[in-house]
Design a binder for this molecule. Structure first.
Ligand code: ZN
Length: 169
């Protein structure tokens, strides 16, 4: 991770001092395959470490902590040096990302768990609600930085969905 951080952020460290929280959703409806994907630590865009997230919240509202919040991991291009990543278990089933966001917002056990986790992280690290963002808008965040020109092309957590999420914090 320190090598990735040096190439993409000019930082020779894997230590994370969180300033941003990025919301994601998965491509499956259970958490097992998510863990398997991250545990495989396969190169992404030709680079290691593999993609990962700090937390995965399943549809029953169980929070799985995979990576300590003191360590960077690869979940959002341009923000991994400053951001905690939360994966929320929800597949699109051929629908839009907005549809998937809405499934999560309408599932009480899951969304309450995510809101509680985000509130805790905000309090612990002093993260503003405006810095709780969706992966879909990561490229336009003020702290976005990628020294080799990479950009996110993901559409999980659209701006209207994040606005709804923030209103419930
Ligand atoms: Zn994502």
């Amino acid at each position: 991770m320190a090598g990735y951080a040096m190439r993409h952020y000019g930082i020779s460290s894997w230590t994370l001092n969180p300033k941003v929280i990025v919301l994601h959703f998965t491509e499956t409806d259970t958490w097992g395959p998510v863990r398997s994907t991250f545990a495989a630590d396969a190169p992404n865009r030709g680079e290691l470490p593999g993609t990962c997230a700090h937390f995965v919240v399943d549809q029953q509202g169980i929070i799985h902590e995979l990576v300590p919040t003191t360590i960077m991991c690869r979940h959002a291009i341009g923000l991994n040096h400053v951001a905690i990543g939360i994966e929320i278990v929800q597949a699109t089933h051929g629908h839009t990302s907005l549809w998937a966001d809405q499934q999560i917002l309408g599932r009480p056990a899951q969304i309450q768990a995510v809101l509680g986790l985000v509130r805790q992280l905000q309090a612990r690290f002093g993260i503003a609600t405006a810095d709780v963002i969706g992966h879909a808008t990561a490229n336009s965040h003020r702290l976005f930085l990628d020294k080799v020109g990479w950009r996110n092309d993901h559409t999980d957590w659209q701006a209207p969905s994040v606005a709804e999420f923030r209103s419930r914090l």
